[in-house]
Design a protein around this ligand. Structure first.
Ligand code: PLP
Length: 394
């Protein structure tokens, strides 16, 4: 089959396919090894042991201890647990939280909800590249600040924050530091100790694991309330029968992702740079996010005089799957809060396209996208009454 009649998936920041090796490890835990990990008989112990193996792998991937890893239902739960749990555990110290204006909605809306519970939130601005300034963070810290939540890498524009510096500030001021590392796992080497991270969220389906399974790293000694009460699972901090097959899958996926990180990044970086170079040749096209401090798999551009939704549909018709922003926004016409925070002008913000690469993508696919996209952009520009005459071909 030629590349022309194959579909091209370039939305790996929305989700990734579960890797074959991962499926293989998961399968026995969906069938013969079905024991409840809380049961004391042998089949229960088999499940229990599998969970602890996975926990070891997650811990080792981020430089944590095994007993600092808690399995959850995904990135959204981990973010909610970190933000709300740390907030309510520290009310004796204050009710002020610092986050950024470009966080994932799982953090932003958790913070918004906390505002209704009497907490006060500072949303740090970002520069045009989506970068938070450590100086702004220092200035925002108050005596009653109890939590700093800043993402490691942004899911829309790929910008990587200076997390090590932020962690240093948080530790120096003795403030709990949470980072949403969902997009960073497998792309940015992480050492929670070196980076002074107290809480870290990750999610399996963003790096070749199954959906509906994630983890929260809780540094030993970090004050945090539980959100789910019930059974004694996860050392009595997160109740509910464990999703054993998914946890096993997440463990295998993170192990593979870390083993392959360096090699993978090299390949992705080459494709990313080729894509950016090719796309910027289209007139009136702008790169969003940081030129260098960005995930190796992220490309985000804005085409002037274009409606991103139409662009996605025409790409879809060609068998190319991409995104205009985060997946949660793909059915709404709200402009991306991330691009808006970066100062992308209101008139052009809707013309944005995110191509997020993964291990399945090839340089041939990149070339195919670069062949198809300029034609589609031109077609849409020809149709738009907003396009100045010099950018039309009719
Ligand atoms: C995908 C994502 C989440 C949510 O994770 P789910 O497992 O899909 O709930 C949170 N934060 C970031 C940065 C993400 O990319």
């Amino acid at each position: 089959m030629t590349v022309e009649n194959r579909t091209i998936y370039m939305d790996n920041s929305a989700t990734t396919p579960v890797r074959k090796e991962v499926v293989e490890e998961m399968l026995p835990y969906l069938t013969e090894n079905f024991g409840n990990p809380s049961s004391i008989y042998d089949p229960g112990k088999v499940s229990k042991r599998a969970i602890e193996e996975a926990r070891k792998k997650v811990a080792s991937a981020i430089g944590a201890e095994e007993n600092e890893i808690y399995f959850t239902s995904g990135g959204t739960e981990s973010d909610n647990w970190a933000v709300k749990g740390a907030a309510f555990a520290n009310t004796n110290k204050g009710k002020h939280i610092i986050t950024s204006s470009i966080e994932h909605h799982a953090v932003l809306y958790a913070c918004k909800w906390l505002e209704g519970q009497g907490f006060e939130i500072t949303y740090l601005p970002v520069d045009k590249y989506g970068m938070v300034s450590p100086e702004d963070l220092r200035n925002a810290i108050r005596d009653d600040t109890i939590l700093i939540s800043l993402m490691l890498a942004n899911n829309e524009i790929g910008t990587i924050q200076p997390v090590e510096e932020i962690g240093r500030i948080a530790r120096e001021k003795r403030i709990c530091f949470h980072t949403d590392a969902v997009q960073a796992i497998g792309h940015v080497p992480i050492d929670v100790k070196k980076m002074n991270i107290d809480l870290l969220s990750l999610s399996g389906h963003k790096f070749g694991g199954p959906k509906g399974c994630g983890a929260l790293y809780i540094r030993k000694g970090t004050k945090i309330e539980s959100l789910l009460h019930g059974g004694a699972q996860e050392r009595k901090r997160r109740a509910g029968t464990e999703n054993v097959p998914a946890i096993v899958g997440l463990g295998k996926a993170i192990e593979l992702a870390i083993d392959e990180l360096e090699e993978e990044n090299k390949t992705l970086l080459e494709m990313r740079e080729r894509l950016i170079e090719g796309l910027l040749k289209i007139p009136k096209t702008h790169l969003n996010g940081h030129p260098t401090e960005r995930l190796a798999n992220n490309v985000n551009v804005t085409f002037e005089y274009i409606e991103g939704e139409s662009l996605l549909l025409l790409l879809n018709a060609k068998g190319i799957f991409a995104s205009t922003g985060s997946a949660c926004n793909s059915t709404s016409l709200e402009p991306s809060h991330v691009l808006t925070a970066c100062g992308v002008p209101h008139e052009i913000v809707h013309g944005s396209l995110r191509l997020s690469l993964g291990r399945m993508n090839t340089p041939e696919e990149v070339e195919r996208v670069l062949e198809v996209l300029p034609e589609i952009v031109q077609k849409l520009r020809n149709m738009s009454p907003l396009t100045p005459r010099e950018y039309r071909t009719l």
